[in-house]
Each structure stands twice: as C-alpha cells, then as structure tokens.
Design a protein. Structure first.
Length: 233
C-alpha cells in the first residue's frame, strides 16, 4: 500500500497529540494514587451497661419527686446508656491538643431502672484531649450531654482518663491518643488508662439555686462498653 505526502503529514501530526493524551492520562492516574484516601463517614453506636451503688433508703426519701427517675428506679442500681455519633464531624476547639466535636452526636439515651431518658443532642458533644487544657500528663475522652430538668441541670458523661505522673508529656504519639482527632470507635469505648477506675459513667444533677451540692450524684466504673457501626433503628 502506498501513502501520499498528505497522508504522511497527517499521520505525523497525530503522533504528538496521541503522546500528549497518554502523558496526561498517566499523570492523572499517578496523582489519583498519590492523593490520600479519605474513608467514608460512618455512624457509630456506643453502648454501655452496668451497675452503680444505689442510694440508701433515707437518701432516696429525701430526693425531689420531679427528679426524672423514681426511687424504685434508683434502688435497682442498674443503668445503661447508648449514643449514636458521626465519626467524621470536624473539631471546633482552638486548643491544638483538644478536639471538641459538637454536632457529632445523633442520639444520647440513658436508662435507669425502668425509666428511659433521651437527652437533647444540641447539648451533647465528644471531647478528645491529647494532653491539652494545660494538663500535658492527662489524656481523656468524654462523651457528654446535659439537659434542663425540673429539679436542676442534668449532666451525663462517659469518661475515660489516662493520667500519668506530673511531668510526663502525653501530647502526640507518646500516650494512648496520637492526637486530638476523633479516635476509632473501639477506643471511644475502651481507651487504655493507668487505672481501671478512670473509666466511668457519671450522672450529676445540679441545683437550680447554684448550691454546689448536687441534687443527685451517681458514678460507676462497673460497666461493659462496646462500639461499632450503627444499624437502622
């Protein structure tokens, strides 16, 4: 087969275009591989159940009737909590070693005895401290919420604190937390702490008058806590 001069000129012009296309495709492929892979956001369910030391009979009798939980509920010494949260919510705290994840929590439920209380999510947050807040020897994870009750202001927190001797610097990879980013759900459920009692559920109802003595205070480290991907309700 023979080609005219015009055919040869046309084929010569096509070669740079084809080479340019292949070079561009290779660059795009290389760039896509080099880019960090961003994992998809996931909704996590955190659940815990256990026991607390029930108030004595005279203490129960002195509690207000509008507490939110009955005397029989508190006498059981049994409680549980469940939280659904979004693990990709950005932090908002200016402290470089503290991440405050406001808006991450989708639901927060507390059960004492036979009474269930759903706490307002606009008053809930997850707070991660990697030696921040002026305490470089202390790391913590707090999943907390508060609610205005007829008897006062209720605070509920799942708290985990890894505290080392003064002078120890846990900021960065030195401690259990590498930074103040949202940790894996398994760590939100069970972070390594220096003392097993430094993982606890805390409930406090403060008096509306500002009296430093709480109306009710409950705290216990006798809980089993798990976390994993949330399923449809």
């Amino acid at each position: 087969m023979q080609f005219s001069t015009q055919d040869r000129t046309h084929r010569t012009r096509q070669r740079p275009k084809a080479a340019s296309f292949l070079l561009t495709a290779a660059f795009v492929l290389t760039a896509s591989i080099a880019m960090p892979q961003i994992s998809a956001a996931a909704e996590i369910k955190l659940s815990g159940s256990g026991t607390f030391k029930a108030p004595k009979a005279e203490q129960l009798a002195a509690l207000p009737t509008d507490l939110g939980f009955s005397q029989s509920d508190l006498a059981t010494g049994s409680w549980s909590f469940s939280v659904r949260y979004e693990d990709s919510t950005p932090g908002v705290d200016l402290d470089p070693y503290v991440g405050r994840y406001v808006g991450a929590i989708r639901s927060f439920r507390l059960v004492i005895g036979s009474t269930t209380l759903d706490l307002p999510i606009d008053q809930a947050a997850i707070v991660i401290s990697d030696g921040g807040g002026g305490f470089p020897n202390r790391e913590s994870i707090r999943v907390e919420a508060k609610a205005l009750m007829p008897s006062g202001l209720l605070h509920l927190s799942w708290v985990q604190v890894n505290q080392q001797p003064k002078g120890t610097d846990l900021r960065g990879p030195a401690g259990a937390l590498p930074n103040d980013a949202m940790p894996p759900s398994t760590m939100v459920a069970n972070m390594a702490t220096a003392n097993p009692s430094d993982r606890f559920l805390e409930l406090r109802i403060d008096r509306p008058s500002g009296d430093p003595r709480p109306v009710l205070y409950l705290s216990s480290s006798k809980l089993t806590v798990t976390a994993g991907p949330a399923t449809a309700p």
